[in-house]
Design a binder for this molecule. Structure first.
Ligand code: NAD
Ligand code: TYD
Length: 352
């Protein structure tokens, strides 16, 4: 049976995807992950002894390794999650974003092109991308869709945009069967606690300050990670090579409203007086170049592939907070390592 190469399968979305695909007996699934600060084998380790999921530690820029993997395994699908994914880190140091997101995608496209040259049967290279490539929306502008122009603003978004352009060109010039998925902000289990929602949940539980950038009125379109993974599976099953798919929850919410909802629910779950966690909110110096609003019109994927989101953010928060409370050891292992230095660099000056 032909297999799927999942890059970045030990990160937040990749590990949720591997879990869902393994439960559906899809694959075999070969996970390639460099285990950077954001990659954690613990996210999928329980799946590795069934024989359906295997793991190779390696870098997506390693062309020799990629050639070896394509030669040894009959790979029909590539699901390319591996990336440097955090905007704030791309501002502190953009270089790894270009190395992994641009050079890494280039190496992977070349490996697939060489291996799939003339091969028969359905094959797909799914480039997992973001809505941040489209830039920022004004409050009254319609949401992004597949026709929106690319206007990336952060180093992270620019590196993902470059990777998407490479994927598009490899389709156009070399006929590689490529699809691109541009998804909005995800939330869910196993998310690295540098991102807004897990950071605020863990800090609120611990009674630590809650750093809200600027006025906190920036808007994101939130999508549960399971809904994103279902959309990717739908593209892998029935998506068109050459197509792009805009994926989003239609669930716009300003940051401050999310943080307040987390505070109220954490107080409730921990039996603390209402308002306790709210007092930890600090409006801190804004992120340079901070995009004001993202939103996605997901009508195309609904129409073509019948995909629709099943979760909504605010009703999902109580269950998500319980998940992070139940996985303290996982979170603590992360927060005691490199994360501490990052946290100090990112927030030390802002919270002083
Ligand atoms: P993440 O940071 O949690 O995980 C990234 C994974 O990639 C980690 O396991 C890391 O070890 C691995 N990795 C990094 N560099 C690598 C390299 N050079 N070689 C091999 N592996 C490497 O990221 P995420 O939030 O799970 O995002 C996954 C993908 O989805 C990214 O491409 C991101 O741009 C995209 N995306 C994320 C969101 C979101 O809200 N998190 C939304 C839309 C799209
Ligand atoms: P983030 O989770 O980093 O996702 P992205 O920047 O890719 O959208 O941030 C989501 C929003 O939350 C974004 O507007 C920045 C804001 N934010 C804060 O206000 N404080 C924080 O400490 C973090 C990490 C994010």
């Amino acid at each position: 049976m032909s297999g799927w190469l999942i890059t970045g399968g030990c990160g937040f979305i990749g590990s949720n995807f591997v879990r869902l695909a393994a439960a559906r007996r899809l694959g075999p699934l070969l996970v390639l992950d460099a285990l950077t600060y954001a990659g954690n084998l613990a996210n999928i380790v329980d799946l590795l002894d069934g024989g359906q999921v295997s793991f190779v530690r390696g870098n997506v820029r390693d062309s020799a390794l990629l050639a070896q993997l394509f030669a040894r395994h009959d790979l029909s699908h590539v699901v390319h999650f591996a990336a440097e994914s955090h905007v704030d880190r791309s501002i502190l140091g953009p270089k790894p974003f270009l190395e992994t997101n641009v050079d890494g995608t280039f190496a992977l496209l070349e490996a697939a092109r060489t291996a799939w040259n003339g091969a028969a049967g359905r094959r797909l290279f799914l480039q997992v991308s973001t809505d941040e490539v489209f830039g920022s929306l004004a409050p009254d502008e319609p949401p992004f869709d597949e026709r929106s122009p690319y206007r990336p603003n952060s180093p992270y978004a620019a590196s993902k945009a470059a990777a998407d352009h490479l994927a598009r060109a490899w389709r156009h010039t070399f006929g590689l069967p490529v699809a691109v998925a541009n998804c909005s902000n995800n939330y869910g289990p196993w998310q690295f606690p540098e991102k807004l929602i897990p950071l605020m949940i863990l800090n609120a539980i611990d009674g630590k300050e809650l750093p809200v950038y600027g006025d906190g009125q920036q808007v994101r379109d939130w999508l549960h990670v399971e809904d994103h993974c279902e959309a990717l599976l739908a593209i892998l099953a029935g998506g068109r090579a050459g197509a792009t798919y805009a994926i989003g929850g239609g669930d716009e919410c300003p940051n401050l409203a999310i943080v307040s909802a987390i505070c109220a629910e954490v107080d409730r779950q921990l039996g603390r007086p209402a308002g306790t966690a709210d007092r930890l909110i600090r409006h801190v110096a804004d992120r340079p170049g901070h995009d004001r609003r993202y939103a996605i019109d997901a009508a195309q994927i609904a129409r073509e592939l019948g995909w629709r989101p099943r979760h909504r953010l605010l009703p999902a928060l109580p269950g998500l907070i319980r998940w992070y409370r139940d996985h303290r050891a996982w979170a603590e292992a992360i927060r005691s390592g490199e994360y501490r230095d990052y946290y100090q660099r990112q927030y030390g000056g802002r919270l002083a």
